[in-house]
Structure formats: C-alpha cells, structure tokens
Design a binder for this molecule. Structure first.
Ligand SMILES: CC(=O)[C@@H](O)[C@H](O)COP(=O)(O)O
Ligand SMILES: NCC(=O)COP(=O)(O)O
Length: 237
C-alpha cells in the first residue's frame, strides 16, 4: 500500500488571500485525516506566502497520522523541525524566490552537507527524505548521505504523461528499484493528480508515500463546486 499525504499549502494560500482564518488550516488537517489520508504535508517557505511557521506549530499537536514537513534546511527551517519533531522531514533544495520546487538535490555535490543535516535530524528521531530527480546517479548519491528515504520529483513525469508519453515513467521505475536495492524508502511528489496517479502507482514499485497538494485541492474544488452552487440556489428560491 502507498500512503497518501495531503499537502495543505494551498489551503493556506486561500486563507492568506483574505487574512482571517478561512479556510482553517488546522480544521482542514483534521478533516483530511478523517477522510482517510494517511499523512499531512506542509512546505513552509521563507516568505511564508502560504503555510506559516506558526501553522506548523499549531498543526503538530493536531496531526495524528504522519506529519511531513518539507523545505530547504536553512537554519530557521531546521530549528522549526528540530523543535517540532514531525514524523518526517523532506529536504528540498529550493531557491528563496522559487514559485514552487523545481529541482532535486545534487546528492553527489552536496553529499557532506546532506549527511550532516540528515544525521542531526535522525539523532532527534525524525525520519528523513530528500527530494531528487529520477536519475540513478542521484539515487546512488542519496544512499551515501544516510537518508532514510528519497522523494522522486515527479514534475517531468506529470508533464510528459499529460502529453501522452507513457515512457516518461521509466526513469522513475528504474530509480525506485535501485533505491529499494540500496535500502532506501521511496516517496514521490509534485504535480501528481487523479489523472496520473494510478498509472504511476502501477509502474513504480516500492512506493511508500506520495504527497499531493496542488492538483488534489484543485480537484476537490471542482468536485465540490456543483454541490455548493446547488445549495446556494436552493436557499435563494
Ligand atoms: C517538494 C514539492 O514538490 C512540493 O512540496 C511542492 O514544491 C509544494 O510546494 P508549493 O506548495 O510551495 O508549490
Ligand atoms: N512533495 C510534493 C508535495 O507535497 C505536493 O506537491 P504538489 O502536488 O503541490 O505539486
């Protein structure tokens, strides 16, 4: 079974558009779990444009499934993660001004740095994962950092699969097999959706967890739109 961790960044984006607390990020996290998701993911960014550091603090006592905090391990991020001790910290090499994550770690160049950060996190009982592009070299580099898991960066797959290229999954299949041989757990995320998730799951072995946010929240809006409009129309009769 592959666990679904719902990334609730977009809920915070919507909340922040008006200030106030609607939609309520903490309530959404509780509901996401009540509806069956096996984890909650957040990705606080230094500008706090969606999930804020305070949200992470508020969510910690509420999330009863797996709490996954993603981000670039700058000091502020590491202090937060080390104080909250979530189930998992996923390290992502984001530029400060990145609109969204757009690359995995160069695990060869950053091996020593990653090893140091990962060992500190693991000393504190936090499972670690590192975001990587689907190449065997990066997977083999990841194994040398001591990380528990890798998260395969799935944007390239999602983009090409939407254009009809089913071969786009092949590097992910190969990397998942290699990661498993090397004793690494396999997570995946970025632009996964109802359109591509079933095929990805069928083709990629050893998939422990997917974290899905942007598409899932868009899909939830659309699934709910008709029902909500009908409720308004009933009240307006
Ligand atoms: C690492 C990754 O792929 C996701 O965490 C994604 O970057 C979500 O971040 P945003 O919600 O800021 O786009
Ligand atoms: N780690 C990936 C994640 O949390 C969600 O990415 P996306 O579905 O918002 O692209």
């Amino acid at each position: 079974m592959t666990k679904l961790s719902v990334n609730i960044n977009k809920i915070a984006t919507l909340r922040n558009a008006r200030g106030g607390a609607m939609p309520n990020v903490v309530q959404v996290a509780k509901d996401v779990e009540r509806f069956g998701a096996q984890g909650v993911t957040i990705h606080p960014r230094p500008d706090e444009r969606h999930i804020r550091y305070q949200d992470a603090i508020d969510l910690k006592p509420v999330v009863t499934t797996e709490f996954n905090i993603e981000g670039n391990p700058i000091d502020k991020f590491l202090d937060l993660v080390l104080s909250l001790k979530p189930t998992q910290a996923t390290l992502v090499p984001d530029a400060v001004d990145a609109i969204t994550s757009n690359a995995g770690w160069d695990t060869v160049k950053n091996e020593a740095y990653l090893r140091e950060v990962i060992s500190e996190l693991k000393r504190n009982g936090i499972r670690t994962s590192i975001f990587v592009d689907p190449t065997l070299k990066m997977i083999e580099g990841a194994a040398k950092t001591g990380t528990d898991r890798i998260e395969l960066y799935t944007e390239m797959f999602a983009h090409d699969y939407a254009l009809g290229n089913t071969d786009a999954v092949k590097p992910y299949t190969a990397c998942a097999k290699r990661a498993h041989e090397l004793g690494l757990g396999v997570n995946a995320g970025h632009d996964l959706s109802l359109h591509n998730i079933e095929f990805f799951k069928q083709q990629v072995p050893h998939l422990a967890e997917v974290s899905i946010g942007h598409a899932l929240i868009c899909e939830a809006l659309y699934e709910g739109l008709e029902s909500v409009i009908k409720q308004y129309l009933t009240k307006l009769k």
